[in-house]
Design a protein. Structure first.
Length: 132
């Protein structure tokens, strides 16, 4: 699993440098899914996949408001929904991680779900309090 996680992280870094290269993000996601085959409860893997999907949606939104259109457009809402599903898996396996909770806030805000985001904001505060 570690091999595939490292490979995915390298591909993610390359994709961040060239966001229109959808082949890189596809290979990145494939590597994360391969890592999950070896460690199906790997919270980091779920989290990183979720962030990848979320960023793919953000990049598409940015492209829609600029002249930097990529050849292959992605559905922003589908990216955010996929990110949410992956974050829910991460939360199941590691409910006390503040980074997962913060990402759940961001994704729910992006999906225009302020009440759900507010619930996670309260949870985040509780998690921070419990760590002190």
């Amino acid at each position: 699993a570690e091999y595939y996680m490292t490979k995915a992280q390298r591909l993610y870094g390359l994709w961040m440098e060239n966001s229109c290269n959808h082949e890189l993000v596809k290979k990145c996601e494939e590597a994360y899914y391969k890592a999950l085959e070896f460690e199906p409860q790997n919270c980091d893997c779920f989290y990183n996949l979720a962030i990848t999907s979320y960023n793919k949606g953000l990049m598409q939104m940015k492209a829609e408001t600029s002249d930097e259109r990529c050849e292959t457009e992605v559905n922003v809402t589908e990216c955010f929904e996929k990110s949410l599903q992956l974050l829910m898996n991460a939360e199941t396996h590691c409910p006390s991680r503040t980074d997962v909770c913060q990402a759940l806030i961001n994704v729910n805000k992006a999906l225009d779900r302020p009440d759900v985001a507010a619930g996670y904001s309260r949870l985040l505060e509780e998690l921070k309090q419990s760590k002190n």
